[in-house]
Design a protein around this ligand. Structure first.
Ligand code: MV4
Length: 492
């Protein structure tokens, strides 16, 4: 493999290109008109504009991207996450064009993309599943029968959904008819497929996922878990590895279940098996993500592996160079997604320019970002601008380190999730490890962060007054001194 086209943008495009460069592989960037000045475009050895800003006219143009790959002599395509990464037709088209798709086969993507066929495959390998069905619901009577067996509340899920899209909670039999009807018509308009299935609703579970790697010679390993319960509206905000709630026995059982899912779909490449874990540490298979995930970095920190390197090696047919027994968890990693969103206003996306942008550095800090100071955040794409990862030997140290890094991180120009992140990891429920997917809903109120900015304003006023009243006060710019005060910056 001599040259990889990266069919993505922002931090993940850069992330993939960095590993390619370390491996002596050249890179091709494809970019939209909005991304012309992005760091990933400059980092690539070659770059090609593929269309206007909207994704459907650029990053989702499978035909155009394959054409660029051929024209530039690339021999492989890395899809990153999002966009075309879990599109089986794209994976097939890449292969049909004589190029290597750096990811699983179209067969695996297709089987896991349909949640009903994923459950049927996993069931054959005795993977634990939430009580319910692994067949499409045919009619209301059938839905009634199944919910009688499981008991209410239940969840109706779209087979073509996933990641929380196309789900409906039904609390009692009286709501069933209407909810089933709505679920099916929603699924039809969103996915052109109205197949739905039913599961017992697990209230307030933890969301824990297992990272896996497979090669094209039937070898598989699991790279332990990531705890992803701190999320809002199915958008994860904080991820960590390992989870503070698993025992070595459950970790091993979940890892082996994850590998069973891989065997069920003949998986190769990097993948993630999502599980729900209830308060008694029962775990249930939810779905499989057949791509490299945003939060893969925390797994890299605790295993010492480079997942993109592994993806590339597997894609070119190499065998995994290690087995399960070679792997162990070392230390603890926590990731905060730094998003251009306003936590005080329901985490709605904010836009603006990076007027000031300084990233934290030093021991155990990793920042995967895609923008530079002075750039505008386009409205067309995901609001995540960076991932801040803290790594240390223990969870407590990783939390302290993340807080220190958040303090060093300077972003001015739009609202972002940095202060939210500090609030979350300092919360007693997070620190003690006793939290679930309802963490933000239960504990977070918008004014919790404004208190912090009020404290800061008060301190700034106090310092300004103190300087002003001091005998040897500077004759000019007292406010500039306040601005640069280490006391204010450290919020003391
Ligand atoms: C569930 C569930 C409770 N019970 N299934 C949401 C994402 C999708 N992968 C499946 N999801 C859920 N499935 C049963 N039977 C609760 C969720 C869920 C959730 C899961 C993981 C992380 C956050 C979540 C937030 C709300 C609901």
């Amino acid at each position: 493999m001599q040259k990889i086209l990266v069919a993505n943008r922002g931090e993940i495009a850069l992330r993939v290109m960095r590993t390619a460069r370390e491996m002596g592989i050249r890179t091709v960037a494809v970019f939209s008109e909005a991304d012309r000045n992005m760091p990933f475009v400059r980092y690539a050895d070659e770059a090609c504009c593929i269309g206007p800003a909207p994704s459907v006219q650029s990053y989702l143009r499978a035909d155009k991207i394959i054409e660029v790959a051929k024209d530039t002599g690339a021999d492989a395509i890395h899809p990153g996450y999002g966009f075309l990464s879990e599109n089986a037709e794209f994976a097939q088209a890449v292969a049909d064009a004589g190029l290597i798709f750096i990811g699983p086969s179209a067969y695996s993507i297709r089987m896991m993309g349909d949640k009903i066929s994923a459950k049927q495959a996993a069931k054959k390998f005795q993977v634990p599943m939430v009580p319910g069905t692994d067949q499409p619901i045919q009619n209301l009577n059938e839905a009634r029968e199944i919910s009688k067996q499981t008991g209410f509340p239940i969840l109706i899920k779209a087979s073509a959904g996933g990641g929380g899209k196309g789900m409906r909670v039904v609390n009692e039999e009286a709501e069933l008819e209407e909810q089933l009807h709505m679920a099916k018509s929603e699924a039809m308009s969103a996915f052109s497929n109205d197949a739905v299935f039913i599961e017992k609703y697990v209230a307030a579970p933890r969301h824990i996922e297992i990272q896996v790697l497979g090669d094209q010679h039937d070898n598989y390993v699991y790279l332990f878990e990531r705890e992803c319960s701190i999320q809002r509206r199915h958008q994860k905000l904080i991820e960590e590895a390992p989870s503070s709630c698993l025992t070595p026995e459950i970790r091993k059982a979940m890892g082996e279940s994850a590998l069973a899912v891989c065997r069920a779909c003949k998986y190769y490449g990097a993948g993630t098996i999502e599980f729900l874990v209830d308060e008694n540490l029962n775990y249930y298979f939810l779905e499989m993500n057949t791509r490299l995930q945003v939060e893969h970095c925390v797994t890299e920190m605790i295993t010492g592996l480079d997942l993109v390197r592994e993806q590339i090696n597997v894609a070119r047919g190499e065998r995994l160079a290690f087995s399960q027994d070679d792997l162990e968890i070392r230390g603890h990693a926590i990731e905060l997604r730094v998003c251009a969103e306003d936590p005080q206003n329901q985490f709605l996306p904010d836009t603006g320019r990076l007027e000031l942008y300084q990233v934290p550095k030093g021991p155990g800090v990793r920042v995967d970002d895609g923008y530079e100071q002075g750039q505008d955040i386009p409205i067309f794409y995901d609001p995540m601008i960076a991932k801040l990862v803290a790594y240390a030997s223990t969870r407590d140290e990783a939390i302290s380190r993340l807080c220190r890094a958040i303090d060093e991180y300077k972003i001015k120009g739009f609202s972002n999730t940095l202060a939210f992140g500090r609030w979350a990891v300092q919360h007693e429920a997070f620190r003690s490890g006793h939290f679930d997917t309802k963490f933000i809903e239960h504990y977070f109120k918008p004014d919790m962060l404004s208190q912090e900015s009020e404290d800061e304003a008060e301190l700034a006023a106090f310092l300004a007054a103190t300087i002003w009243l001091k005998e040897e006060r500077p004759t000019s710019k007292p406010l500039a001194m306040v601005e640069h005060s280490g006391w204010k910056l450290r919020r003391r």
